[in-house]
Design a protein around this ligand. Structure first.
Ligand code: PEP
Length: 258
């Protein structure tokens, strides 16, 4: 992580509508802003549900802090039109600087494929959003030794078709599905091994300078207590955090990541 700015992103998932989101962000912001100001090599990205983006934007704008950013949890790749229930990259960009793409819950419950994730990625980049593209294997794939094969497939296909100037502008989150929301994080060794592999695959796709530029995060049951073990690793550039991003603990987690 030495030369790359670390990212701690909070994925609120389907939690906190506008009222609760405003209350929560007002509650954590003073302490979070202090941590970010005193740790300028960390960027924190809050990712509330779409319907709460505006209220969180307003709270953040009332006390602007470099390094606290707003992200969406998804978008649709088309520019506009008859796609009921969807929002475009251009719409996201009005409020956000980042977007999570291909989260395992999107892949599992909403049948998102690598091909779809790739289209969303291209749309996000076109509109200058920082995409956080998630990859990860299931428990069954992990137990049957298929992790590296699954990861290779997801990286090659989800991250295909980038222009050379775009290739350094992305973030990948390695999130083993069995570690998400389970309270059972991957071991640091496993996370490092897969993250190194991701960087190698990416290097073979886009060259070593792009591969050295991108941030690769770990995600899956990260807490204020275990974050430091992950971020102490040169190869791990931060975390994508679910459950622990919904509590005041998130501020401790961000602090402990440095
Ligand atoms: C996630 O869903 O991105 C995640 C990492 O969740 P949790 O931290 O709750 O395991």
């Amino acid at each position: 992580a030495a030369t790359r700015t670390a990212i701690i992103a909070g994925n609120w998932k389907m939690n906190y509508g506008p009222r609760q989101a405003a209350d929560f962000v007002k509650q954590i912001l003073p302490a979070l802003a202090h941590v970010i100001r005193t740790h300028p090599h960390i960027v924190s990205i809050l990712c509330p549900p779409d319907i709460s983006l505006q209220v969180v934007r307003d709270v953040l704008d009332a006390q602007p802090t470099r390094g606290i950013e707003l992200g969406a949890q998804n978008l649709y790749f088309e520019e506009k039109g008859a796609y009921t229930g969807e929002i475009s990259a251009e719409m996201v960009k009005e409020l956000c600087s980042a977007v999570i793409l291909g989260h395992s819950e999107r892949r599992t419950y909403f049948a998102e494929t690598d091909e779809l994730v790739n289209k969303k990625l291209l749309a996000a980049l076109k509109h200058h959003l920082l995409p956080i593209v998630c990859v990860g294997e299931t428990l069954q794939q992990y137990e049957s030794g298929q992790t590296s094969q699954i990861i290779e497939q997801q990286v090659r296909h989800s991250l295909a078709n980038l222009q050379p100037e775009q290739a350094g502008q992305i973030v990948i989150a390695y999130e083993p599905l069995w570690a998400i929301g389970s309270g059972k994080a991957a071991t640091v060794d496993d996370a490092v091994k897969v993250i190194r592999q991701i960087r190698q695959i990416y290097s073979s796709q886009y060259g070593s300078s792009a591969a050295q530029a991108i941030r690769i995060l770990y995600g899956g049951s990260v807490t204020a207590d275990n974050i430091a073990a992950f971020t102490a690793q040169e190869d791990i550039d931060g975390a994508l955090v679910g459950g622990a991003s919904l509590k005041a603990e998130f501020v401790d987690l961000v602090r402990n990541s440095s």
